[in-house]
Design a protein around this ligand. Structure first.
Ligand code: FES
Ligand code: FES
Length: 512
């Protein structure tokens, strides 16, 4: 029997009772506001919509359960509400790539409807159903407070905002109301009509089908889980008399849009990196090559899509390290063999000898944010005193400079990024980098077996800090009319060092 729902004011008849609401929204209605960050895990919140006014995670909502009900996506909110949410998020910088934002807007709209006040900490509970990899949460909470308190700030983002975002993201980025509602140009939202879908078959090949649902079901893979095993850092410390040691795990870059690439026959593959740089991940060209080869073979456009589990198994990670340092700052850093990593480390920590070792596990990449060199810098700096004010400073070769002090429930950051271009955007990226730096020291790690099998396959198991885990971040931007330079990596590295220092130098990261 057909199911009938209303979506953003339109009646939609669904024949497939086994479909999820997200399937219906994206593949039948053609609405791209709700995103797929982890379906069918139901853990990232990117697919959140309102069902009869209540926030629902649409990737785990069978459409048969909502027969006759009213669904509103972020795009379907009343126009004046959309303007108010966009203004608030643009005024605070609460949306960067925008992949998580439409789902968060639905959550915030429901929270406002429930009467959660601007300064009520319950807003963190509401946000607990979501993940945002970019912003560090604070600017989202500030946007909520601004919207709920009725402060009206109309914001027209300038090209300077996009320029700052592009500098920090490492790829061209857009800033504006459309991005808030998910129109950041994501590969999964721009698939040509008539495309076939290809998913990994688990044996280095591809299952190709007319729909994503068919391809996934034909691949026959079992849904991954979070492991209960506690992860062991994979590398042993090098021999030596060390005054400080550090061991780390593989760490998932945890971008929110999984790898998705489409290609027309004879064409150029789409970029899997849309309105964000994926923090140096997604640089592997093999998915694009596969999309092109499959498109040529089938003489139709083909979209290659990794599920969250596929992405964890196949995508490049931050490489694990193990090292020791003497009181004079010399020492040895052992790293998982990764092209280009030793050069990066030598550039910032020439006093460390780098030992590359083969280690069985997921692929690694030197282009992941701060990979290897951040750990090296922290190890060497750990045997020196901080500046007089207790802050740790990192200066990047291209000129970005950050001083960070992590203390109790407060993080203080001073940045010199040359001309800020747009202070709101710069502040947002600074807070995002603090969030990622704290996460690396405190909570982010993957459990990998001795045979190299990754066990943490759900997006919640990567250790990304939640809104309620974040201390308040105070950002000072030094005035400058010098050439604008990116500063996020300097903030990230200085945060890592200060967080490690403030925790008392525990010898293994993932300290919580
Ligand atoms: S896609 Fe539904 S919660 Fe992640
Ligand atoms: S803005 Fe939240 S994931 Fe990018």
């Amino acid at each position: 029997m057909a199911i009938e729902i209303r979506v953003d004011g339109q009646t939609v008849v669904v024949d497939d009772a086994s479909a999820t609401l997200l399937d219906v929204l994206r593949w039948q209605v053609g609405s791209t506001a709700a995103k797929d960050g982890c379906a069918p895990q139901g853990q990232c919140g990117c697919c959140t919509v309102l069902v009869d006014g209540q926030p629902r995670v649409s990737c785990v909502t069978p459409v048969r359960r909502i027969d006759g009900r009213e669904v509103v996506t972020a795009d379907g909110l009343p126009d004046e509400e959309k303007v108010a949410w966009a203004d608030a998020l643009l005024a605070t910088g609460g949306s960067q790539c925008g992949f998580c934002t439409p789902g968060i807007v639905c959550r915030l709209a429901a929270a406002e409807h429930k009467g959660i006040a601007a300064d009520d900490p319950k807003i963190h509970n509401a946000l607990a159903a979501h993940l945002c990899r970019c912003t560090g949460w604070q600017t989202i909470v500030e946007a909520y407070a601004q919207k709920v308190s009725g402060v009206s700030v109309t914001v027209s983002p300038s090209s300077a905002a996009a320029q700052r975002a592009s500098l920090e993201g490492g790829v061209d980025q857009r800033v504006g109301a459309a991005v808030v509602f998910g129109a950041g140009g994501f590969s999964a939202d721009t698939i040509p009509s008539g495309a076939l879908f290809a998913v990994p078959d688990g044996s280095n090949g591809w299952v190709v089908a007319e729909t994503l649902t068919e391809a996934r079901s034909a691949s026959g893979k079992v849904q991954g889980r979070r492991t209960t095993a506690s992860p062991e850092p994979p590398l042993e410390l090098p021999d030596g008399e060390w005054v400080r040691t550090l061991r780390t795990h593989w760490v998932e870059p945890a971008f929110l849009e999984t790898e998705t690439v489409w290609c027309e026959p004879g064409g150029v593959p789409s970029s899997p990196v849309a309105n964000g740089g994926a923090f140096g991940a997604k640089t592997d060209p093999s998915l694009g090559e596969a999309a092109r080869a499959l498109a040529d073979r089938h003489t139709r456009p083909v979209v290659v899509v990794l599920s969250r589990e596929d992405s964890v198994r196949m995508g490049a990670k931050r490489p694990p390290v193990a090292g020791g340092v003497r009181a004079d700052g010399t020492g040895v850093l052992r790293v998982a063999q990764t092209d280009g990593l030793a050069e990066l480390i030598h550039r910032v920590a020439p006093s460390l000898e780098v030992e590359e070792v083969e280690v069985v596990g997921p692929p690694t990449s030197a282009s992941i944010r701060g990979a290897g060199w951040t750990e090296a810098l922290a190890l060497v700096a750990s045997v020196s005193e901080p500046n007089g004010d207790g802050a740790d400073e990192v200066v990047l070769p291209d000129g970005g400079r950050a001083r960070v002090r992590v203390a109790d429930e407060q993080v203080h950051v001073v940045v010199d990024a040359g001309s800020p271009l747009d202070e709101t955007t710069l502040r947002s990226y600074v807070i995002g980098a603090v969030h990622m730096g704290l996460g690396l020291v405190r909570s982010e790690r993957l459990t990998v077996d001795a045979d190299g099998t990754v066990h943490d396959l759900t997006i919640r198991s990567f250790g990304v800090l939640r809104s309620s885990d974040m201390p308040h971040v105070e950002v000072e931007i030094e005035p400058s009319d010098g050439a604008p330079v990116p500063v996020g990596d300097a903030v990230f590295a200085a945060t890592v060092l200060s967080a490690w220092r403030s925790a008392g130098w525990p010898p293994v990261w993932g300290t919580d």
